[in-house]
Write a protein that binds this ligand. Sequence first.
Ligand code: DGL
Length: 273
Amino acid sequence: MKQAPIGVFDSGYGGLTILKELANRLPQYDYIYLGDNARAPYGTRSFDTVYHYTLDCVKWFFEQGCHLVILACNTASAKALRTIQQNDLPKITPDKRVLGVIRPTTETIGRFSETKSVGILATSGTVASQSYPIEISKFFPDVKVYQEACPLLVPLIENNEADNPGADYFVKKYTGDLLKKGSDIDVVLLGCTHYPLIKKLIRDSLPSGIKIISQGEIVAESLADYLDRHPEIEKKCSKTGTCQFFTTDSTVDFDNHGTQFFGQPVLSRHVDI
Ligand code: DGL
């Protein structure tokens, strides 16, 4: 058995907000990040398309030797993870593991709400999957969940328009529509790994008493716990504290945008999937 980095996947740059927290919380491990920028966004695509794209990328991680892959993308976690875990892994490579970001988030999100009313901002795909309401009801049956699909936010962020005039119009529209659905919401989850990049815009568009939760720290804590509980996987993860970055599109764009998401310089390599 050869040790290998932990794979971290997103349709584009969003998963870098998760990787940043993983590398902070668990700096001893090696990580390999893949952004499928050439085919992003995933959030508006069909279940079948997201599943096939995600499976292609998961197989690529396995070809790199990874034993553990994190889908640091809510859309892929919502639309592809279960099928990959239940149908594909047993056939392709039963000893490897693929985890997502929805389960760890739903295990904890109810604790943040006093009114027992949580709002979710996410892509259309994540909202349509109903993964958040279904999973949260398992852990927090008394918590009401309201969702708002925000189809324009990922394209605005991926195209570097989030800081330009106009982006705030859509953020206000989406948060306003969410609060119309659930007027007692006191916690808003950023249910897309891209949204931490516009946290300030979202903050400014919500009443100050509402807490805004992003997933990075939650997912990092949950991975630490997973590795503690699964020494058979943990011992297969290499530990020299490095991060490598790959993109299916332009490395120049990836390095420019990626640095904002990761908070440190990013130097990527191109890969065709
Ligand atoms: N970052 C992804 C998520 O967490 C969505 C991005 C996309 O639409 O491709 O859902």
